[in-house]
Design a protein around this ligand. Structure first.
Ligand SMILES: [Zn+2]
Length: 365
């Protein structure tokens, strides 16, 4: 049922765009890449200003907090060494543990979605991943999923399970390392429900950066890239037999360094209270793989053919859409011509820290 609703939403967004012939339609309002909620109404948004213009309301009319929040993501991450020197080391007993089994496709259980904002992968069958986040043994009803950031070595701890719900990509990277962007960032989104304060769901996101390589395609990306929908609103099933070795996107546990902090969704409504993990060692992506991703989210200019003759006032009916020039737009494809305006980027700019604590889990501690 959820899937049907999402399909309806995607197609509705399509046709709303196509049928709204007077006001310009700039980008589709897709599902929020960093949440599973399906918006019904609410303010449209785009990456045109990389988030600096994100004022609006969600589907329930509640204002976004993107510009007013003080625990927003992404951030510019200092070097692990500098964090360690400042005493922000995370003891081993307080570290998150990740165990992602391989995701196997049977041809109808793994979706690759182009929602107009990002390429996102979701699975329709249960995925028994085992990700454990440390929380205090002594909890109050308000103990949050970010409590580990305030815990001390030796403090009695237990863990809660974080269940992966989807993953998606951003280009450029959203997190910066010492002011440096990377070409791509993977976000694995997890939901936590077994804390009293998280009964309706708290989120934790794990970020993995990618750097360019000339050594050929990264085989870990192959299965998703092969199924990547190049048109906004398009959903492809991964073919039967395809697999995603999600666990291999993280560095091996023995050499795993990461930073963790309290942040937010990086898309509207920019909800806060998320526990973030950002891996320090980047993965590799080839230039060809990067180009394909940029093309999938690229910015296309589609115009109705013969617009001036039908509008009556010489009104030029442009529809800016993320469609491949060589592919057909939605609606009545023969009515439109499209051209790629530019490759686009789907990242939000780095946010101020406002004194937040960033902890680092280093290898040799
Ligand atoms: Zn994201």
């Amino acid at each position: 049922m959820i899937r049907v609703q999402r399909l309806v939403l995607l197609f509705c967004a399509y046709y709303c765009c196509v049928l709204d012939l007077v006001s310009p339609c700039i980008y589709k309002y897709g599902t929020s890449p960093d949440s599973l909620s399906v918006p019904r109404g609410g303010t449209h948004w785009s990456y045109g200003m990389h988030g600096d213009d994100w004022t609006g309301v969600d589907a329930a009319g509640k204002p976004w907090i993107c510009l007013s929040g003080i625990r927003q993501s992404p951030i510019n991450v200092p070097t692990p060494h500098s964090l360690e020197v400042r005493g922000n080391s995370l003891p081993r007993n307080l570290r998150t543990r990740w165990n992602y089994p391989t995701i196997y496709s049977n041809g109808s259980n793994v979706e690759v979605i182009n929602n107009g904002h990002a390429i996102q992968v979701e699975w329709l069958s249960p995925y028994a991943a085992d990700v454990e986040i440390v929380v205090p043994v002594r909890q109050s009803s308000s103990t949050s999923v970010t409590a580990v950031l305030g815990m001390q070595q030796g403090e009695q701890s237990t863990t809660v399970r974080a269940t992966p719900t989807q993953f998606h990509f951003h280009t450029m990277s959203e997190h910066l390392i010492m002011g440096k962007h990377y070409p791509l960032e993977l976000h694995i989104v997890h939901k936590i429900t077994d804390l009293p304060a998280c009964a309706s769901g708290c989120y934790s996101v794990t970020g993995v950066l990618f750097e360019l390589t000339d050594d050929g395609d990264n085989p870990l990306l192959d299965s998703v890239w092969a199924a990547m929908p190049m048109r906004e609103g398009q959903i492809n099933f991964m073919p039967a037999g395809a697999e995603i070795r999600l666990g291999e996107f993280l560095p091996p546990a023995k050499v795993r360094e990461y930073v963790t902090y309290e942040g937010s969704l990086t898309t509207p409504p920019c909800t806060e209270g998320l526990l973030w993990h950002v891996m320090m060692h980047p993965q590799k992506i080839s230039r060809a793989q990067w180009k394909k991703y940029k093309t999938a989210v690229s910015f296309k200019d589609c115009a109705l053919k013969n617009a001036s003759s039908t509008a009556g006032h010489g009104h030029h009916r442009h529809h800016h859409r993320r469609l491949l020039a060589e592919e057909e737009p939605a609606g009545n494809p023969e009515d439109y011509t499209c051209k790629v305006v530019t490759y686009d980027f789907n990242y939000r700019s780095a946010q101020q820290l406002y004194g937040r604590v960033i902890k680092v889990a280093r290898v040799n501690q």
